[in-house]
Design a protein around this ligand. Structure first.
Ligand code: SAH
Length: 339
């Protein structure tokens, strides 16, 4: 439940609204899931909650740790499906990459998640649970979850109601209290859903672009036939931004496919004058794809052309590749049901 839903639920029992905030703190800040331990609630309320509610929660079925400190969690959901999340420690930051769907319907040719198809949307309880598990684990080491990115399995903008509910809980000062700057929703460019989410929550946006021409983008990302580049970039330009902020354009570099200097020049023209920064992601290999990672020289050349074109550009570090936790490597087959 969102805070508001919880307040409404409690008021039906004649309870004060602030009880909802107390419950949020117990669940999300103190990581307590047994109502009996929530000692600032009356015995009567604890009894009501125990008999009619449940704090959903499941520990990771498997935890893998990379040589670089990245951790991958496999969560088994109530119906036997499985999803993965990745915790990436980086200097002061602790970033959790979460999934919003079991599998993905978009079938981008370079991504492992789509290769096994789409199973279903996740509920907000399941999505937020990934953050609860990571936050509790971090608290045990006196660390805090600082950032959340919707860059795991699935397309968050095809599951907006549940993603919005989750976002509300991540941002709530009575729950995770993470600022919208540090919550990033990454989309393949589901144009009609971008603005409503941006207006509802002050989150950061990342959009997977991956090609500067429609013909190539449609090959890499079939969703481009529905929402072509021009519309996607126009939607990126319309997103309201606080001063100094930018929308991120993600660009997976595939050797010999989209990594030439001409591609970089076309991309810089596409973004001219827009508050967009580019995040270059060298392709991470996996069995479901025959694409290849770019040469180091091609990555540098691509970056240099963008920068010369006035586009702020950063290169995403590859993290957790040894445990198949890098971008685009999460897949249903990793312990989940097979289709
Ligand atoms: N569906 C959303 C969320 C997934 S985010 C989206 O498309 O944005 C995953 C990011 O990783 C996307 O930018 C995607 O383009 C990128 N990606 C997918 N497979 C990859 C791979 N094998 N190597 C590198 N990046 C990949």
């Amino acid at each position: 439940m969102t805070l508001q839903e919880l307040e409404e639920f409690l008021s039906r029992w004649g309870k004060e609204r602030y009880r909802a905030r107390q419950l949020f703190r117990w669940i999300y800040q103190k990581h307590v899931d047994d109502f009996a331990e929530m000692t600032d609630l009356s015995k009567e309320l604890r009894g009501i909650l125990a008999s009619s509610c449940r704090v959903s929660g499941f520990p990771a079925e498997r935890v893998e740790t990379s040589v670089d400190g990245t951790e991958k969690y496999l969560f088994r959901l109530g119906d036997g499906e499985a999803v993965e999340s990745v915790l990436i420690p980086d200097e002061g930051r602790r970033t959790l990459c979460i999934s919003s769907q079991v599998g993905c319907p978009l079938l981008c040719g370079f991504c492992a998640t789509g290769a096994a198809g789409f199973r279903r949307n996740m509920t907000s309880a399941e999505i937020v649970q990934q953050a609860c598990f990571a936050a509790k684990r971090l608290a045990e080491r006196e660390e805090r979850l600082s950032n959340v990115v919707f860059m795991g399995m699935g397309e968050p903008l095809l599951n907006v109601p549940e993603v919005s509910r989750t976002t509300g809980i991540l941002l709530s000062q009575f729950a995770f209290g993470i600022s919208g700057k540090r919550v990033t929703v990454s989309t393949a460019g589901i144009v009609p859903e971008m603005m409503p989410l941006a207006l509802g929550y002050p989150v950061s946006f990342a959009v997977s672009i991956n090609a500067a021409r429609d013909d190539l983008r449609s090959v890499l990302m079939p969703v481009n036939r529905k929402y072509p580049l021009k519309e996607v970039v126009a939607a990126m330009r319309r997103i309201p931004l606080q001063s100094g902020r930018k929308v991120t354009a993600e660009y997976v570099l595939l050797a010999g496919v989209n990594d030439s200097a001409e591609d970089a020049l076309a991309l810089s023209r596409l973004f001219r004058g827009a508050r967009i920064k580019v995040n270059l992601i060298p392709f991470n290999a996996h069995e479901a794809s025959t694409y290849r990672a770019p040469e180091a020289g091609a990555v540098d050349r691509f970056r240099d052309v963008l920068i010369a074109g006035g586009v702020q550009t950063i290169r995403r570090e590859r993290r957790g590749a040894d445990i198949r936790a890098a971008c685009g490597q999460l897949r249903i087959a990793a312990g989940g049901k097979r289709g």
